[in-house]
Design a protein around this ligand. Structure first.
Ligand code: SF4
Ligand code: SF4
Ligand code: FES
Length: 238
């Protein structure tokens, strides 16, 4: 079966604005969007640039806008999106600067995550060494922590968040997930710093609860739940 695509092309060396370019490709059953990109790259235009690594929805590098929604190219089956529009549109992630074609500059995103110190910080000894760290969490709490830990930092939620489009310094869903993960972990004692970071005017209170982030997340991390948890925790401590 033949499908039509529009793919965003931008070459920083020519200094001309990026634009959607028409392509057609023969697809076979079971092909992902990433497989179609490979096919076009290999058979039609070797200059087409896009990112990928694991091809198994684990590394988070292949996220792009597919028919206007942020999704993982390796996880998105052509068969599942073919009905959405006559022509499949592939664009770089929104809310990020384009480097070339479908490749965006994720450095500000990584920097923002790094500033939240998204690792376990414990400044005191555990009160009773007979209590193991694991025993501090119930099964459901552990499931919740694992859900947040599943974040692959693909930035799909970031790209689909209308609030970030409006105000680039809004903390956003992906950063909130990182803070939530540590706040939720009873071993972490860096609570005040984490809440202070989240309580800034550009923090969780600026969230408009669109829930686009929840729909965009390929790992079911539920970022809005994380934002609500942080908001409640701020309220309880002030
Ligand atoms: S719920 Fe908040 S973080 Fe999620 S998309 Fe909406 S504004 Fe962005
Ligand atoms: S919360 Fe989900 S959508 Fe957002 S960066 Fe993590 S895995 Fe990607
Ligand atoms: S290539 Fe790793 S998530 Fe798609």
């Amino acid at each position: 079966m033949m499908i039509n695509l529009k793919i965003f092309r931008y070459n920083p060396e020519t200094r001309t604005a990026g634009k959607l370019v028409d392509y057609a490709a023969e697809i076979s059953p079971g092909m992902s969007v990433l497989a179609v990109l490979h096919k076009i790259h290999d058979e039609q235009d070797g200059t087409l640039s896009y990112r990928y690594s694991c091809r198994g929805a684990i590394c988070g590098t292949c996220a792009i806008m597919i028919n206007g929604k942020a999704r993982l190219a390796c996880k998105t089956q052509i068969a599942d999106i073919i009905e959405e529009a006559e022509t499949i549109t592939l664009e770089p992630l929104a809310n990020m600067k384009v480097i070339k074609d479908l490749v965006v500059d994720k450095r500000p995103f990584w920097q923002a995550i790094s500033e939240t110190h998204p690792w376990l910080i414990r400044k005191t000894e555990m009160p009773d060494e007979r209590i193991t760290y694991e025993s501090l969490l119930s099964k459901s709490e552990l499931d919740e922590l694992n859900r947040a830990s599943d974040c692959i930092k693909c930035a799909s939620c970031f790209a689909d968040c209308p609030k970030i489009a409006e105000a680039a310094d809004f903390i956003g869903p992906a950063i909130s997930i990182q803070i939530y993960k540590q706040l939720f972990d009873p071993r972490d004692t860096n609570t005040n710093e984490r809440l202070g970071y989240s309580a800034a005017p550009t923090g969780v209170s600026a969230c408009d609860k669109h829930a686009n982030c929840v729909k965009a997340c390929p790992k079911d991390c539920r970022p809005l739940r994380a934002i609500t948890f942080i908001k409640n925790k701020i309220t309880l401590t002030t």
